[in-house]
Design a protein around this ligand. Structure first.
Ligand code: CA
Length: 247
């Protein structure tokens, strides 16, 4: 069913085999339907300091650390990086505005997707650029047993966030696996780019306003139209990935 996509991925990364042992999973827009609220919180914060932005652009920045997004906007608007204090203050304001918005829900299909990974015996590592503790702290309630306490990489654990491969390489280290033993699950172009740059089989899921093409262009090995579709086909996909042999 997925031979073509798997074959294309193997060629591109010069792999002979894949042996999925760990799933490295993004949080916002993948596990939680949180992106619209993040975008709203960003808009409120930046408009207060006179930065012109659109709601849509925050979907393109998705995956970046807060500091990186703030610097990008500062350079565009003020021609300079933000100071460490400004970053701390502004990111704090954004996280407060986020928590003031109505509660976000787990992405439909995400809980089933996590159970399928667990049933297949894969280690799971959370890989998020976010430092939004209001969501990170909810993971255990919404996804019981999905992530061991030490199997989490957040925006605080990396120097160069997505689209750099560092967060995913750090996750592989935590799970003690190699890139060819890793699958990445992502919803945003910059996150997909990071997963592919880390040489993992990167699954893109379109859960927001961006198209599947945007994820393919960023390097997704395969794209699913939504999370329920991925959850449904996960056992088949993992079976096919594991059965790849030397051609
Ligand atoms: Ca995301």
């Amino acid at each position: 069913m997925f031979e073509q996509q798997i074959e294309r991925f193997l060629k591109r990364h010069s792999y002979k085999v894949i042996e999925p042992r760990a799933a490295l999973i993004d949080m916002d827009g993948t596990l939680y339907d949180s992106m619209p609220r993040h975008a709203q919180a960003w808009m409120r914060m930046v408009s207060e300091i006179g930065i012109h932005a659109t709601l849509e652009e925050f979907f393109l920045y998705e995956g970046r650390t807060g500091a990186s997004t703030i610097n990008l906007l500062f350079n565009r608007e003020f021609g300079r990086d933000a100071t460490d204090e400004e970053i701390k203050d502004l990111y704090h304001r954004k996280t407060v505005y986020f928590t003031e918005l109505p509660d976000v829900s787990p992405m439909p299909g995400a809980q089933k997707m996590m159970r399928e990974l667990e049933a297949a015996g894969l280690k799971r590592v959370l890989v998020t650029g976010s430092g939004q503790s209001s969501l990170i702290n909810r993971l255990d309630a919404d996804f019981p047993g999905a992530f061991a306490p030490d199997m989490r990489i957040t925006g605080r654990d990396v120097v160069k966030g997505k689209p750099a491969p560092e967060p995913y390489l750090a996750a592989m280290k935590k799970a003690a696996v190699s890139p060819w033993q890793s699958i990445v699950i992502e919803n945003a172009p910059l996150g997909v780019e990071a997963g592919d740059a880390a040489a993992a089989f990167t699954i893109g899921v379109t859960t927001g306003p961006l198209s599947g093409n945007a994820l393919e262009e960023a390097g997704a090995a395969i794209v699913f139209p939504d999370m329920p579709a991925l959850a449904e086909q996960m056992p088949q996909l993992l079976a096919e990935l594991s059965s790849v042999s030397n051609h």
